[in-house]
Design a protein around this ligand. Structure first.
Ligand SMILES: Nc1nc2c(c(=O)[nH]1)N[C@H]1C(S)=C(S)[C@@H](COP(=O)(O)O)O[C@H]1N2
Ligand SMILES: [Mo]
Length: 426
């Protein structure tokens, strides 16, 4: 597939660092095969009475009638049906969640989008330390095992890159348009717990969060957010957080720009002013008309129809329009769907429970009679913010359509022959 025409905000100014390939030690093929041979072969009796050997790590057997032969037994780690192929699509610096392949609001961990400024570091939790210092009464250092001793909390929320918008051609699917958003159930401790432990001083209003990747990514965050709902998370969807998501620990700021959720977190420094790091001067700061927008933390309400979408082929009759809606400012209170190119709007059904700062799955029943039209959705959040049209965004910000915090209403064109195409914007 030809690459879509777009400007990827997050990749542009990162080239120098990102051209260096990320290398890691290769695991030898012999080692893998040897391991499989000794541990994974199980003997099974078929319905015909013959014993056959099946490696649990081999693909499931292809048989015409599964009721006539006993299948492979239990395995130590599961895998998807070979008939299902959801995958992230990737560039050198990011990979995108296949939103069109998901049936609910949660993102399987191996499909969570990724955005790395300098690759994924491999970190041994035994050697990793988190330092908290600066305007605190007791500077402290914590290992992962120390953090796990604090009272823990679990919360489900989305994480979205602030550069999550692409456009440029009709043949783009939801993943290509806005696959830099994913949702997980995160577990860790409240940052406020650590703040109290270290004795954050009343004068401290900002803190720096620093990662231990080759980018040494740093961002300044208001202490208020730290005391509100910020977490340090070490688990994702019930298991240890994945290396791509920041193993062994990351900062999680629910509803805020993905770039503030520092992965591979190693340092927190309390201060009375923002630090003005590379990530808040050369990046993530941008002109809006005649002004400069800096520290634009909250992600704006947004939604997208993930079915039907390109490259689905519609048939006449009842269609369940499905999609996700989310807001960094709280709960989604309503999602409206238009099936007549934006002339009229109707409320979609929201899947309960609707969570704060979380992807909310929506559904809307529609009877397609074969006419050419456009379908689209818009999210309204509890602050009464309504997802804007692209034209409204352009009017508010100047002419540029590529950039940070682009959350326009996304429309799909329905052609008379049932083709569904992205109503792209150039
Ligand atoms: N240390 C570190 N933290 C980081 C980054 C990074 O490159 N290094 N990327 C940031 C950006 S731009 C985003 S959008 C999110 C992506 O998180 P994910 O890869 O878990 O989806 O992590 C943020 N935290
Ligand atoms: Mo990002």
């Amino acid at each position: 597939m030809a690459a879509p025409k777009y400007v990827d905000m997050e990749s542009q100014d990162n080239k120098a660092k990102e051209d260096q390939p990320f290398t890691h030690k290769k695991i030898s093929r012999r080692l893998l095969l040897g391991g499989a041979a000794t541990t994974a072969i199980v003997a099974m009796q078929s319905s015909l009475g013959k014993w056959i050997q099946v490696s649990a790590q081999q693909p499931l057997l292809k048989i015409d009638d599964p009721t006539k032969r006993i299948g492979p037994g239990p395995s130590v780690a599961g895998k998807r049906s070979p008939f299902e192929h959801p995958v992230r699509i990737k560039s050198d610096t990011s990979s995108r969640t296949p939103l069109q392949d998901l049936y609910s609001s949660l993102t399987p961990s191996d499909l969570h989008y990724e955005r790395h400024h300098a690759g994924v570091p491999l970190i041994d939790p035994e050697k990793h330390e988190l330092l908290i210092h600066g305007m605190v009464d007791n500077p402290m250092v914590f290992k992962l095992t120390d953090l796990k001793r604090f009272p823990s909390v679990t919360r489900t929320c989305f994480l979205e890159c602030s550069g999550n918008f692409r456009s440029g051609k009709e043949t783009m699917n939801p993943q290509e348009i806005c696959g830099l958003t994913s949702q997980s159930e995160w577990t860790g401790l409240m940052l406020s717990t650590l703040f109290r432990e270290a004795g954050v001083q009343p004068k401290a209003t900002w803190f720096l969060a620093e990662g231990s990747d080759a980018a040494v990514m740093t961002r300044s965050i208001p202490v208020k957010k730290g005391f509100d709902d910020a977490m340090i998370v070490y688990a994702q969807n019930g298991e240890a957080i994945r290396p791509e998501q920041g193993y062994p620990m990351r900062l999680l700021l629910p509803g805020w720009e993905g770039n503030t959720c520092i992965k591979w977190l190693r340092r927190l420094e309390l201060s009375d002013a923002p630090f003005m790091t590379r990530e808040e001067t050369s990046k993530y700061t941008y002109p809006v008309k005649d002004r400069i927008r800096q520290f634009s933390f909250e992600m704006d309400a947004r939604s997208i129809i993930t079915y039907p979408a390109y490259p689905n082929q519609l048939e006449r009759g009842w269609v369940e329009i499905r999609g996700i809606a989310w807001s960094g400012r709280g709960k989604v209170v309503q999602v409206e769907v238009s099936t007549d190119a934006g002339k009229t709007w109707n409320a979609a059904r929201l899947q309960e429970p609707v969570l704060d700062k979380a992807h909310t799955y929506f559904r809307y029943l529609w009877q397609w009679k074969g006419d050419e039209t456009e379908i689209m959705s818009r999210a309204i959040d509890e602050t009464n913010y309504t997802q804007p049209t692209l034209q409204q965004l352009i009017d508010a910000r100047g002419s540029q359509i590529n950039g940070y915090h682009m959350n326009p209403i996304t429309a799909w064109q329905i052609k008379r022959d049932g083709r569904v195409l992205f109503k792209y914007i150039n």
